[in-house]
Design a protein. Structure first.
Length: 232
């Protein structure tokens, strides 16, 4: 199976132009016009590659290359298409476009895999009104609490659409994702690729600091009760 590096890189760079602000980085938050343009670009590339394209009820886009036995759980590969404000071009799109290039190469080879391959472009990975990993959580059925119809409506979504985005039980064999390195270790060692065996957990705390405001120039330091001074 032979991939086309030139085709892959051209698509990756063209996708990276959508929402790119020179000197500032990416402006492509989920549910924005730039995001919609990026998803449309990916949908068009998927159709050109001969994939069956579907956009689910939360805005995830999938391109399916049917295997010789469609009854088997499918292999999913991809990443997300949205970006944090000022983010880079390749965080997310690298995984989507490499999966698409793999699907193209398999189709051009003329011999299908036994399992179907689904290229996935998930939405709202980077947070916002819907919270982080929204699209993939909806797909996995892991949305812990329902979002208000008002909040969903602001993104053009509905509660019914969110419920319909959950993957059918037993339909996914595995999920693969090629991602940029978000640390210095492989690059420093000149290693091109690594396989993670774990990922750091994230915990967020909300802390309320209470103090007493007072005049900045005439209150002695030993009598000050500023909130940040007390916290230190």
């Amino acid at each position: 199976m032979i991939i086309s590096p030139d085709r892959f890189l051209a698509d990756l760079e063209n996708l990276g132009k959508i929402g790119w602000v020179e000197g500032e980085g990416m402006d492509r938050a989920a549910f924005t016009p730039n995001y919609a343009a990026a998803r449309k670009f990916v949908e068009e590339r998927m159709r050109e590659a001969g994939l069956a394209v579907e956009v689910d009820g939360v805005g995830n886009v999938f391109g399916r290359l049917e295997g010789s036995d469609p009854s088997l759980p499918a292999i999913y590969a991809g990443s997300h298409l949205d970006a944090v404000p000022g983010g880079g071009k390749y965080d997310g799109p690298l995984g989507v476009m490499t999966a698409l290039e793999a699907a193209r190469a398999i189709r051009e080879r003329g011999t299908p895999m036994k399992r179907s391959l689904v290229v996935a472009g998930f939405t709202a990975e980077e947070g916002g009104e819907m919270g982080g990993t929204f699209g993939s959580r909806a797909f996995a059925g892991l949305l812990e609490e329902p979002l208000s119809p008002e909040k969903l409506g602001g993104a053009g979504l509905t509660p019914e659409g969110v419920r319909s985005a959950k993957a059918a039980p037993g339909s996914v064999a595995c999920y693969l994702e090629l991602h940029i390195e978000q640390g210095p270790f492989l690059e420093r060692r000149g290693i091109q690729i690594g396989i993670p065996t774990g990922i750091v957990g994230i915990a967020r705390y909300e802390v309320r600091l209470e103090g007493e405001a007072n005049h900045a120039g005439t209150t002695p330091m030993n009598e000050r009760r500023d909130a940040m001074r007390e916290a230190s």
